[in-house]
Design a protein around this ligand. Sequence first.
Ligand code: FE2
Length: 305
Amino acid sequence: MEVEHLEGVTFGSVVTDIDIEAIDESEWNELYDLWIDRALLVFPGVSLTEEAQDRFARRFGDLEFPRAALSNIGKDGKVHFEDGDEVVKSLRGNEGWHHDSTYMPLQAKGAVFSAEIVPSSGAATGWADMRAAYEELDADTKDRISNLTAYHSLYYSQGRSGYLPDKQNEDGTYNLYGYHDMDVSLRPLVKVHPVTGQPNLLIGRHAHDIVGMEREESVKLLDDLNDWACQPPRTYHHQWTAGDAVVWDNRRLQHRGTPFDMREPRRMWHTRIAGESSSELAINHQPDAIPSDDVERHPTGTWAC
Ligand SMILES: [Fe+2]
């Protein structure tokens, strides 16, 4: 395989000359070490099938869920583009920086993400390096946040951005992935990576209400940290070509979608790799509280990020 590190960025590599469906053991070891080191691997033009994408993702760990569409094309085949449309709201929410599934009992370990239908402009996916951000923090801030914890909730993030779903149950819940009625996940602001042992910020749009802090102060601290952390040289935006695939380390990186003209169709495929209960479990959850597949698929075919 050929490896080229992204230029001017603290993470990320482009990998070519690789047959993802025929990786032998030594190539796998090299690829896994590269993934741990670089956190984002880009595979241009590999056009993975559904089976190949899920099989590749399973090499990194158990799946939180197998390949699912992130798309503005509904199950009826129609393109959804109007403000207030359920599909549009779900996609728009993803435009805020986040780590996937921090609102679940188990934060995701990573994801394999690929492009099938790409609009003519926009729709890049961005990633931001929370390890490099942590390293660059001044000593006072490191000290201030070292023992802080925050809650992570999809109700909070989607509500704050105005993208909560329309269909609510009588008890205030939604039958959609991520809107669970278990305890709201509590997580440290500084996560120690289970493989490298290196600390990184664990923040993003789902984080709220730092324990022991007034709401206003908590919002400001989280917003300030996030705005500062997600800046060059710690960010990379990938402009997709149909057939491209990536795999990222969701323990270390945040990511986001970016806008595009939603009158144009776009279809991405996302396979989410489950975190480990020894390292990605929320502080206030027990391993046996992790829901398996009792979650309902989004009726429009899209999933929460
Ligand atoms: Fe996401």
